[in-house]
Design a protein around this ligand. Structure first.
Ligand code: PSU
Ligand code: MN
Length: 317
């Protein structure tokens, strides 16, 4: 592990017991975001999914570290009680990079987006992170300038994010352009297509393709050997039996995005609003797809973390 820098201890960070043990002994850890729990899925499916995702990671031989803010501390690895509390919280703040310090300073309960989870994971020395889909360039961004801080974070923070592509409610070609401009490698797993969250194929080619967790761990090792590099986006398509094809999703997404604009929904509220409208409009089917893809990403992230921990060990002189 000689090539990795130990994170500076931060008194605001509380590691869960299992995560602390894993970090101390070099065991693989997978970070998990929590906005998907507070703003991405309705209760009680959010709580069930959060628990299922954690057990999927354990089944692959890695330790899950769900991240959230409680009473002025950034928790990395939640107890069952903390997880339940977060899943039931009605006033949780959705924290991206811009919000995290505010949530901690004011002791609010806060969930972390992809951007804030990457920040936290990096501060705790965790290199691999699983989510559903990253945020990106919103449709109409040329007017609104609404571009998720997730893209900026991928450009600056050296964490591997495993996602089912970017959420299909976004402008996917522009999202890929920004990722390229900001120097983020985008690697589709086992496919040539860039996936579109609920659908396996966005119709856009993925910049790169790799087919095994070992190959992804090798890419991470190379990235790490250059100082100042940022993250890597691994785009893992939703399993076939759970997918809703793009042709079926297109008009539903259009209707939900148009409704959000008509109601004047903007900023941080856009993604949660559109996701929940889509869940309603598909009669819950898109929620099942969302759960399947998050669990699929968790399994792959754990396999990558296991390979990455081995690579780190091999690198020790
Ligand atoms: N993936 C999901 N559901 C979600 C999100 C991702 O399956 O709710 C969240 C992530 O936390 C992501 C955030 O970082 O939506 C993006 O929000 P915004 O577009 O406001 O940056
Ligand atoms: Mn936004």
């Amino acid at each position: 592990m000689s090539t990795r820098l130990s994170p500076v201890p931060n008194p605001l960070i509380v590691l869960g017991a299992e995560v602390a043990d894993a970090r101390a002994s070099g065991q693989p850890v997978v970070a998990l975001e929590s906005t998907i729990i507070t703003h991405g899925m309705p209760w009680p499916r959010n709580a069930e999914t959060a628990r299922a995702v954690e057990s999927d990671i354990r089944a692959q031989g890695a330790v899950p570290a769900t991240i959230a803010a409680f009473e002025g501390k950034l928790h990395i690895g939640l107890s069952e009680d903390e997880m339940e509390r977060l899943a039931e919280a009605r006033e949780a703040m959705k924290c991206s990079r811009a919000d995290l310090a505010f949530a901690l300073a004011t002791r609010r309960t806060g969930s972390t987006t992809v951007a804030a989870t990457m920040m936290a994971a990096d501060a705790a020395g965790i290199a691999v992170f699983a989510t559903g889909g990253i945020g990106g360039v919103h449709r109409g961004a040329q007017e609104t300038f609404d571009i998720s801080a997730d893209l900026e974070e991928l450009a600056r923070t050296p964490v591997c994010v495993v996602a089912a592509g970017a959420k299909a409610l976004l402008d996917l070609p522009k999202t890929l352009e920004v990722l390229e401009t900001r120097g983020v490698p985008v690697v589709a797993f086992g496919t040539d297509a860039f996936p579109a969250f609920w659908s396996r194929d966005s119709g856009l080619p993925a910049p790169y393709r790799l087919d095994t967790p070992e190959e992804i761990a090798a890419l991470l090792a190379v990235r790490r050997s250059f100082p100042g590099h940022g993250g890597v986006l691994v785009a893992n398509p939703v399993p076939q039996d759970a997918e809703i094809p793009t042709a079926e999703m297109a008009h539903i997404i259009d209707a939900a995005v148009t409704e959000a604009a008509k109601r004047g929904i903007a900023g941080k509220e856009v993604t949660p609003f559109v996701l929940s409208r889509i869940h309603e409009m598909t009669g819950g089917r898109s929620l099942e797809t969302n759960i399947a893809l998050v669990r699929n990403n968790a399994r792959l992230a754990a396999q990558i973390a296991v390979c990455d921990a081995k690579t780190g060990m091999d690198a020790t002189p």
